[in-house]
Design a protein around this ligand. Structure first.
Ligand SMILES: *Cc1c(COP(=O)(O)O)cnc(C)c1O
Length: 407
């Protein structure tokens, strides 16, 4: 008997979520743009509602949709790629990264304590600080790139249900030791949820490192073309059942729409190819910036100067992603001048698209934020965030060069 050969990650990105052929033999999964589903008869509908065998497979698109399910299977295949028991896991798609994150946290940490990384994505941080406590979830914040701090806080809060962090975090692209933290969580009976948006499963598979849940803004690298808003989450089926996460998604209502799910599945087919080029381009741009006389510091996990370079190198075998943060010597005015003079790079928030996106937090996203909060978040006046695209790298460098000639 032939032994089954495991497909490569690249093949899993293309075929990992494939469903059955439809009645027309459509090559790609159609966009099932439908709200509801027609039952054959009362029995079939009744069985579907009772989750019994032989019932209709679909009832209503807030509960499930074939196009959305293809995305869920694909993401699950990628996030569990290196595991021996992928069949025990499940993907769940959402209408945004924030819907995935909040539904995940609310269902898994209800009535308990959360230990969160201190420099999370802005909306996640705001949700945990301002909204979660009113829902009966207490939260403490620590620097998760320091294992000792995580351990101290777990001892201080023995009731901790969930530890939440980003595998690579803004703005300094901090890398947390997911494997070591997962071991700590296990010995303290807490779950570990990792936002893997910046890294993508191409670089880091948190579940393989021992995390319990991985969550994404699929708006970014997964979709990859800046065409949608979406979120995904992957965990063991058992955990989703225990936490009733599916019920929460159904009732909070944050499922992905079929069109966005389809765009994401289509984007995922080229994720490995795109990430390869993002890696190559970002490394060259980071090195070029590091040598530039108008640049004070460059944060990129692939540079030896990055404080977590060693850890990043041990986890990220294929490269270091497409995100770079750097600080201009000229401060605020230099940042504004750079933003107003780029031609190829788009002046925009978000990240992970095929085209290069640049933004200056001090004059844009964080312009109304208090000095103290900005300082705590590491947002200095000259800080620039660049999502390096997959254009020809010489064009990206030439654009930055000409735009930096104005200050
Ligand atoms: C963008 C982003 C989010 C939020 O995702 P949306 O799709 O915008 O809701 C969460 N975490 C990280 C790291 C992000 O970059």
């Amino acid at each position: 008997m032939k032994t089954k050969i495991k497909p490569t990650f690249e093949s899993a990105a293309i075929h990992g979520g494939k469903g059955n052929k439809d009645q027309y033999g459509s090559h790609t999964t159609p966009i099932y743009q439908t709200s509801t589903y027609v039952f054959d008869n009362v029995e079939s509908g009744a069985k579907a509602f009772r989750h019994e065998e032989g019932g209709a497979s679909h009832v209503y698109s807030r509960l499930g949709n074939p196009t959305v399910e293809e995305l869920e299977r694909t993401v699950c295949a990628l996030e569990t790629y290196s595991l021996n028991d992928p069949e025990h896991y499940q993907g769940m798609a959402f209408g945004s990264g924030m819907a995935a994150i909040t539904t995940g946290i609310i269902s898994m940490a209800k009535g308990g304590h959360v230990i969160a990384q201190n420099d999370l994505y802005g909306c996640t941080s705001q949700f945990l600080k301002e909204e979660a406590p009113g829902m009966g979830i207490s939260v403490s914040f620590v620097d998760t790139s320091d294992i000792f701090m995580v351990e101290m806080d777990l001892k201080k809060h023995p009731e901790t249900k969930l530890v939440y962090l980003e595998s690579i975090a803004n703005p300094t692209l901090k890398v947390s030791d997911v494997k070591a933290i997962a071991q700590l969580c296990e010995s303290h009976g807490a779950l570990l949820m990792v936002d893997n948006t910046f890294a993508t499963p191409y670089h880091i598979q948190p579940l393989e490192l021992g995390a319990d849940v991985t969550v994404h803004s699929s708006t970014k690298y997964m979709g990859g073309h800046g065409t949608l808003i979406g979120g995904v989450m992957v965990a063991k089926k058992e955990l989703f059942e225990e936490a009733q996460t599916f019920l929460y998604r159904k009732n909070l209502g944050g499922i992905a729409g079929p069109m966005d799910a389809w765009l994401t599945t289509n984007g995922l087919k080229t994720l490995p190819l795109r990430m390869k080029q993002h890696n190559e381009n970002a490394m060259k741009v980071a090195q070029w910036l590091e040598d530039h006389p108008k640049v004070d510091r460059v944060f990129y996990p692939g540079l030896k100067s990055h404080p977590h370079h060693k850890l990043a190198s041990s986890i990220m075998k294929k490269g270091f992603g497409g995100m770079i943060t750097f600080e201009l010597k000229g401060g605020f005015d230099a940042g504004v001048s750079l933003m107003n003079n780029v031609k190829l790079c788009s002046l925009a928030v978000s990240l992970g698209a095929v085209d290069s996106l640049i933004q200056h937090p001090a004059s844009m996203t964080h312009s109304i934020v208090d000095e103290e909060i900005k300082k705590a978040a590491g947002i200095t006046d000259g800080l620039v965030r660049l999502s390096v695209g997959i254009e020809g790298v010489e064009d990206i460098i030439a654009d930055l060069e000409q735009a930096m000639g104005n200050f």
